[in-house]
Design a protein around this ligand. Sequence first.
Ligand SMILES: [Zn+2]
Ligand SMILES: [Zn+2]
Length: 250
Amino acid sequence: MKEWIERRRWFARVLDLIYPGVCHACGAGISGNRALCGDCDAVLPGLRDPFCRTCGEEFEGRIDAAFECPNCRDLEFGFDFARPALPNHPVLLELIHDLKYGRKIELGNELGRLAARAFFEDPRLEAARSGLWPLVPVPLHRKRQLWRHFNQAEEIARALGGYVGLPVLRALTRTRRTDSQTRLSRSQRLKNLRGAFALSRLGRSFAATAPPGVVLVDDVFTTGATTDECARALRRGGVQKVVVVTVMRG
Ligand SMILES: [Zn+2]
Ligand SMILES: [Zn+2]
């Protein structure tokens, strides 16, 4: 599987040299391991105030900048806050979909670059950057990863790490396969995921040093059920603080 990924990455670079790519959104010619042209990239808006400081949900109107949405106010998460880099957008949705289901591993770079915006725009992530907190990708179940050949969260984290100067640590494993979450309500999701994540060997030895924090990385933040479970596993192991960064708010 590792070889497949390496071959695929190498192949993407060679292809890029022979045939410069086209922008995923408008079809204009581009090059340099990119999936969006400068124009399309520039119109993708980052999160705009006011947005929920816990889940990144945007709201209309004028509210105190540091507010928490009514949904999050009643919930207790294992992470401190989740910071999607961008709000829901059809272009992003397509990029993420193509990475996951089209197995276009080369899109990981563009999505990692977009996720880096969260670090550049949100001062709350400065502690993570200066403290060199590792990026921990949300794991896939081994069987699903075998089938897909790679974990999209890990591909995004690898690229993101390059843009913000943070290491990637595979600290988590998925202990059992869970049903697809898309049709489930929040409470069903929580039940579905209970105990589904554990620390990997690497994660256990890292967490045992009581590190100040980690950044959990995923493609999309939806209800937060998955990242919540992951964060709880990390905290139980000894990690003091968990923050979440995703490319998009679902
Ligand atoms: Zn374009
Ligand atoms: Zn919220």
